[in-house]
Design a protein around this ligand. Structure first.
Ligand code: NAD
Length: 467
């Protein structure tokens, strides 16, 4: 295994301390990561601040060309990144390959974008244009479920727009981010991007630092609220991608055999540790038993194992704390519902939980009202679709959701009433670099990806000239 280093001011440096990184598939020590102290965090922010004038003054096409080289370098090492991602995060290798490939696509998409002056008005008496200025130092803070893609969808637009960055991965998945730092060191000017690792102790200092102009944060709603309050002192710009409790609504005209495998993937991808995953499935009473049966069959047939093993469909939970949390949801499910399949942890080393389908569970059970972030999914019965919509909307969250039905007009009408940032109809996780996503209600503030995601790293300025 590599020796991992922080990236501060263009130098790969040791941390003031170290941090053990555990492989969630066997609970063994995977690597020792460098851990920054507050002085190193300050150095990283100072380096980003010092690099900003030169980086932001470069023509956008020059910054884009460097991003293009970053994409090429990541693509060339896809296998190495994917393997390391599986080792530290736990996901099956095929899903890790997807994450690295999608990350490359995101960087490449941004490499081609432009930020031209927009003419808002041009007549005999005046010309009014909008300029997009970079903001300054961006703090990019990322959780452990998709460490690479959630990093690059902040980095790429931030850098293209002319900002400099201090990035911080989650303490349980720092390795791929540090490896990415090695690539950045070879391609980007010193200080443009800095990477520090903490043990959940520097996020507050980073996100409230007076020299940080914008915080791009993905994580839980609880931490997102802390970031928001820390941002008030200097009125920082914020993009917050937070928790979710996404509902899938299954209409009465579906073919249960056709739809169940798609629902299963929506609920179980990344062992359920997916912000946009289906966390509650509402099924019309006419289809309820068949769908529960099919989901149960799929759960029993699922291959749960080390993500590096060929044929593994679901890996472990990423860390011990999440494993313990999901065990609590299993207990809740047993008390308040009927287990169709699963219901236990695997009796072996590693944070493995059987994919679990729960039926006949009350709407006020914890498994229904909270974000479980694990492979334990409640299936709820409804008879009236408006009631299903109301129950789906009865949540403080509003990230995404899905609707499943043959009659597309009807499915569209249902989707239109769901209070979330995204709704997919008859599909799941159709994400691409040009389509923005963001959370409604307490699932977030602002959007990532697409034109809107890029503009979120800029300050609009109007130049209004008399003729
Ligand atoms: P978390 O909020 O505990 O941690 C996220 C990151 O914030 C980590 O890097 C952590 O070190 C850092 N952090 C901790 N305290 C901080 C503070 N006071 N200030 C700033 N940063 C701080 O979240 P998690 O448990 O690691 O991740 C899971 C959560 O992330 C789930 O709720 C999930 O839904 C959410 N998530 C959302 C999206 C989205 O796009 N909306 C995507 C992925 C995950």
């Amino acid at each position: 295994m590599n020796e991992f280093k922080l990236l501060i001011d263009g130098q790969l440096v040791a941390g003031a301390a170290t941090l053990d990184v555990i492989n969630p598939a066997n609970e063994e020590l995977l690597a020792v990561a460098p851990r920054a102290d507050i002085a190193q965090l300050d150095q990283a922010i100072a380096a980003a601040k010092a690099a900003f004038p030169v980086w932001s003054a470069k023509p956008v096409r020059e910054r884009g060309a460097l991003l293009g080289r970053l994409a090429d370098a990541l693509e060339a090492r896809n296998d190495e990144f994917a393997r390391l991602l599986t080792l530290e995060q736990g996901k099956p290798l095929s899903e890790a390959v997807w994450e690295i490939t999608f990350s490359t696509d995101i960087i490449r998409y941004h490499a081609e974008l432009d930020l031209p002056y927009e003419v808002l008005n041009d007549n005999a008496t005046r010309k009014v244009v909008r300029q997009r200025m970079p903001l300054g130092v961006v703090a990019a803070i990322v959780p452990w479920n998709f460490p690479v893609v959630l990093l690059v969808l902040k980095l790429a637009p931030a850098l293209l727009a002319g900002n400099t960055v201090v990035a911080k991965p989650a303490p349980t998945t720092p390795l791929t981010t540090l490896l990415f730092g090695e690539i950045c060191k070879q391609i980007l000017p010193p200080g443009t991007i800095n990477i520090i690792v903490d043990n959940n102790d520097l996020g507050g200092a980073l996100s409230s630092h007076p020299d940080v102009t914008k915080v791009a944060f993905t994580g839980s709603t609880t931490t997102g609220k802390k970031v928001m309050s820390g941002a008030t002192s200097t009125l920082k710009r914020l993009t917050l991608e937070l928790g979710g409790n996404d509902a899938a609504i299954v209409l009465d005209d579906v073919d249960p055999v056709e739809v169940a495998p798609k629902l299963f993937v929506a609920a179980m991808m990344n062992a359920g540790q997916l912000c946009l995953g289906a966390k509650r499935i509402y099924v019309h009473e006419s289809q309820y038993d068949r769908i529960c049966e099919e989901l149960g069959r799929l759960a029993r047939e699922s291959v749960v194992d080390d993500g590096l093993k060929q044929g593994t469909q679901m890996g472990p939970l990423q860390n011990k704390a999440q494993f313990e949390k999901v065990k609590g949801f299993l207990e809740d499910a047993k008390r308040n519902g009927k287990i169709v399949a699963g219901g236990e942890v695997l009796g072996r080393k590693g944070y493995f939980v059987q994919p679990t389908i729960v039926r006949d569970i009350a709407d006020d059970a914890r498994l229904v009202t909270e974000e479980q972030f694990g492979p334990v999914v409640p299936v709820l019965r409804y008879s009236d679709v408006d009631d299903a919509i109301a129950r789906a909307n009865n949540s403080e969250y509003g990230l995404a959701g899905t609707v499943w039905g043959k009659d597309l007009d009807r499915a569209f009408c249902v989707a239109a009433k769901i209070e979330t940032g995204t709704v997919w109809i008859n599909k799941f996780l159709d994400v691409s670099p040009d389509i923005p996503f963001g959370g409604a209600k307490q699932s977030g503030v602002g959007e990532e990806l697409g034109r809107e995601g890029l503009e979120a790293y800029t300050q609009a300025k109007i130049i209004n000239m008399a003729k």
